[in-house]
Design a protein around this ligand. Sequence first.
Ligand SMILES: NC(=O)c1ccc[n+]([C@@H]2O[C@H](COP(=O)([O-])OP(=O)(O)OC[C@H]3O[C@@H](n4cnc5c(N)ncnc54)[C@H](OP(=O)(O)O)[C@@H]3O)[C@@H](O)[C@H]2O)c1
Length: 361
Amino acid sequence: MTGGGAAKVERRIPVAILGATGVVGQRFARRLARHPWFEVGALAASERSVGKRYAEACDWRLPGEPWAGLGEMRLGRTDPADCPQPVVFSALDRAVAEEVEPRFAAAGALVFSNASAFRMEEDVPLLVPEVNPDHLDLLAVQRRRRSWPGGIVTNPNCTAAVAVGALAPLERAFGIEAVFLASMQAASGAGHPGVPSLDLLGNVIPFIRDEEEKVETEAQKLLGRLAGERIEPAPFAVSAACHRVPVLDGHTEAIALRLRGDPTPEAVARVLAEFRGEPQRLALPSAPERPVIVHFAPDRPQPRLDAEAEGGMPVHVGRIRVCPIFGIKLVALGHNVERGAAGASVLNAELAAARGWLSRA
Ligand SMILES: NC(=O)c1ccc[n+]([C@@H]2O[C@H](COP(=O)([O-])OP(=O)(O)OC[C@H]3O[C@@H](n4cnc5c(N)ncnc54)[C@H](OP(=O)(O)O)[C@@H]3O)[C@@H](O)[C@H]2O)c1
């Protein structure tokens, strides 16, 4: 499965997409329809959609080929009997995922989940391949404890995904002592139809249920250390203030952080620009060339100009400057449905394939 340098897969691996009609599910379909390692074998959604062609059941909302060329596929039930593929991508809501994903894992599938249901479980990897690739080893603990032949691997909440993309290189280079972040989160982060347009247009909503708690705890797990059979959370405090704004795609985050040794903005910019992770070393198909793109123009990054670059996979950082309270402040931006959801899950599956976990599923 793997060779030296770039990882390869000999034969395409059949996969299923659960929640294939939703905001994240459509991105999965578009990414996986032409993936060099994976092949879409089944699509599933709610009872409303079962039995319908994808083109009938799914209100396709992405540019490019409609339904990613999968319009004639029939939707199945969200059940291992209808989706027997060894790899399953889940874009289900939390409540559905909580009940359904363990059934797939018990039936032998490796589930790559966007839902929050299992992210903070002790034996479930919460994974960003550039940030904590070794956390994938928790799968062995999970399989043993739960007697699952398959397993569940999760990717973080979209706001946490963008934040850790910028924070991880700085934690490695300097060490972080404290983080405060204020998010400006896109409408697509709430799924479709999401927040009513009359509530959101020309407005800022300073509350997203459970979001701040998720960002704070998930960032600590992601930046934590694998210690035996569990993750020791990162020891520094993260404080998040989350806001919904009338932007289509792309979460922007104003981040202030205290770093050990009080590095200059130039030193911070250098570390971020030079950072490369495991996906870049392995040349995984969905890996961006640079996980962090540093912008020097004073008015960048911006969601409309930067979120879609390189398939929405890099995290963009700009406005790196001195903060009189914390030491450093900067702006981070990432595509919430790609780096924060579908692209993140696919990259997780690619890392799992490159590390041989899919042949063991
Ligand atoms: N949007 C983002 O930026 C983002 C980022 C990170 C994580 N996430 C997470 O990803 C998941 C999906 O989010 P989304 O934004 O794509 O939501 P969404 O647009 O509301 O899509 C939900 C999907 O789940 C299906 N579904 C609903 N009830 C079901 C049931 N009882 N059984 C089986 N399938 C059911 C729907 O199918 P029907 O069409 O048949 O109803 C649809 O395909 C959520 O857990 C969310 O928190 C989203």
